[in-house]
Design a protein around this ligand. Structure first.
Ligand code: PLP
Ligand code: COI
Length: 343
């Protein structure tokens, strides 16, 4: 199969329309059998529930070309499961896990010419999503839904690749206590748009949100969980019911413990502790992979991570190399983490 003529090394995190996407419709209480289609556009009623009341959730995962030339996805079963919980919480029907996995296989295989080559630094981002499709004007869930999945080749999420970021502690909240922070609902991202534009205008790369109830502990950023390395070399990540359960973060904790022999802790982390106890910080997620943080600015007070602004800290780097090694087939993966796509 001949690859598309794309400057893979120069890709940022943007949308490029590819040849095929997967669509399935839910109507009269059931999903239709679904199919690959070539039209990237969606037509729907002006009063569709998603347009009026933002009834939509999504996922994000990646396909990789391995060192030996296979195409694989990383833990897509976890995305299927998280989408089940997002859908259930938004009163949407669940798209069955086996069908979700089959759709990933189909879309990636059909767009194999867009999977970036091994070593290019780019990957194929897979975006499953679903939304309330029929017209609804009283506030209630839709009765018809569209599930779609497209792919787009991407480079690094943050400009500048793996140069450490400067992030600020945000005055805006991302999630409410007992709200929707733990699911991947479109509305969580809508509310972050003002905060991210404001952060960029003021020279910051991202916002770190604090816990919405007490505003004392670290939650996560708009599009990634946060991971710290303590001065004595432990991996610590926030535990909270209002953050998205990142598949990357959960995988990294496993890798830290089982592959690198590091101690790991999931618990609340106060800003004061960040100031005193942390040597390295990274933002972790499918899009972000692990993007190192060099500086956290808390209302004018700078917390400079000892690992610095020049490159990734040494332990973050080990985590990054091990995770990406597993994803690209250089390092043996734990059972069930890698799903090969037959092209
Ligand atoms: N947190 C938020 C708010 C996100 O949007 C994402 C991206 O998916 C993550 C965390 C990271 O999750 P994952 O590692 O499953 O991609
Ligand atoms: C992902 O990492 O898949 C996400 O959904 C983050 C998004 C902000 C691009």
């Amino acid at each position: 199969m001949e690859k598309k003529n794309i400057a893979w090394e120069e890709l940022g995190f943007g949308y490029i329309s590819t040849d095929y996407r997967y669509v399935s419709m839910y109507k009269d209480g059931q999903w239709d059998k679904g199919a690959l289609v070539s039209d990237p556009n969606v037509t729907m009623n002006e009063c569709a529930c998603v347009l009026q009341y933002a009834q939509t959730c999504f996922e994000g995962l990646k396909a990789y070309t391995t060192e030996d030339g296979r195409i694989v996805t990383f833990r897509p079963d976890m995305n299927a499961e998280r989408m089940e919980s997002s859908a259930a919480y938004l009163e949407m029907p669940v798209f069955p896990k086996n069908r979700f996995l089959d759709a990933v296989d189909q879309v990636v295989a059909a767009n194999a010419a867009y999977v970036p080559p091994y070593g290019s630094g780019a990957t194929l981002y897979v975006r499953p999503y679903m939304y309330g499709y029929n017209a609804v004007i009283g506030v209630k869930p839709a009765s018809e839904y569209m599930f779609r999945m497209f792919v787009t080749p991407v480079g690094p999420y943050f400009k500048g690749g793996i140069k450490p970021l400067t992030v600020r502690i945000s005055d805006f909240d991302r999630a409410a206590p007992n709200g929707t922070g733990h699911i991947k609902a479109g509305l969580n991202y809508a509310m972050s748009l003002h905060a991210i534009v404001d952060a960029h205008e003021k020279g910051f790369d991202e916002n770190i949100y604090l816990d919405p109830a007490t505003r004392t502990t670290i939650e996560e950023t708009g599009g990634a969980n946060v991971l710290f390395v303590t001065k004595d070399g432990k991996i610590v990540t926030p535990r909270s019911s209002s953050i998205l359960p990142s598949i990357t973060r959960r995988s990294l904790l496993y890798v830290a413990k089982e592959y690198l022999g590091l101690q790991v802790e999931e618990r609340p982390i106060t800003l004061a502790e960040v100031r005193e106890n942390m040597a390295e910080c990274g933002l972790c997620g499918t899009a972000a992979v692990i993007s190192p943080v060099g500086k956290i600015v808390d209302h004018g007070n700078e917390i400079c991570l000892p690992a610095g602004m020049v490159e990734m800290g040494p332990i973050t780097k080990k985590l990054y190399d091990t995770l990406t090694g597993i994803q690209m087939g250089r390092i043996q993966a734990p059972t069930g983490w890698i799903r090969e796509i037959r092209v």
